[in-house]
Design a protein around this ligand. Structure first.
Ligand code: CA
Length: 230
């Protein structure tokens, strides 16, 4: 399995590479944003670890450009700043997860394993359509009123989980457990952040928001409007 590490801090890049190679991953390291985008567009990586602060092009820009070109690689961004804006812009740009520096290599490896595990899960070959939103699990695409939604892998999985459980009130914890699969420390609002991104993207495409907030509990998509195709 091939992984891309994009980090301009040589010592950190080397230690990440060494740790991943011990787990038998094939690792390519690049140190700037242009080179990273070039790798993502021309090579097939299972996962990219992408630093935000980079020469030539920052990590958020690389992520956004890669997603705009249809790159589906799972992306874990590294941020030196503990600021919410950085995380939100990273996730908004289509990153699947983020890790705040400084982090331990063990923590990074745990994230990588979790991300790869969920990326490998086979998907059912069917289409779920609720209201204006249509999600094709086999094709990994989603649309609102026929307009493609540019979703990162985590946003896609969140939407899939919500739509396939239409009619059920899902707690934030259930969503976190199912969509993220590991404990997020110090970022309890991650589910809200993602749900509001999804809503923004659906509305941006002109669609009606199918996600109902159940105050103090979580979210629910109404089942009455559900139909399963295929
Ligand atoms: Ca950096």
């Amino acid at each position: 399995m091939r992984l891309l590490v994009v980090e301009d801090h040589d010592a950190l890049a080397r230690s990440i590479k060494r740790a991943l190679e011990e787990l038998r991953y094939a690792v390519t390291v690049v140190g700037d944003g242009e080179a990273a985008l070039d790798e993502l567009l021309t090579e097939s990586y299972a996962l990219a670890i992408l630093d935000i602060g980079l020469p030539t092009r920052d990590g958020i820009d690389v992520c956004r450009a890669a997603r705009a070109h249809g790159v589906g690689t799972t992306i874990l961004i590294l941020t030196a700043r503990d600021g919410v804006e950085d995380r939100v812009s990273g996730l908004d740009a289509g990153a699947d997860d983020y890790l705040v520096k400084p982090f331990s290599i063990e923590e990074l490896l745990a994230r990588v394993r979790a991300l790869l595990r969920r990326a490998e899960r086979p998907v059912a070959a069917d289409v779920v359509a609720i209201g204006d939103v249509r999600l094709d699990r086999a094709g990994r695409t989603a649309t609102a009123l026929g307009t493609p939604l540019a979703l990162g892998a985590t946003e896609f999985r969140l939407l899939e989980y919500l739509l396939t459980n239409a009619g059920v009130v899902l707690t934030r914890q259930q969503i976190l457990d199912r969509v993220w699969e590991y404990e997020y420390e110090g970022s309890g609002n991650i589910v809200e952040v993602y749900v509001s991104q999804l809503r923004r993207k659906i509305k941006g495409a002109g669609g009606a928001d199918p996600i109902k907030t159940v105050w103090g509990v979580g979210y629910q998509v109404l089942a009455a409007r559900q139909r399963i195709e295929g």
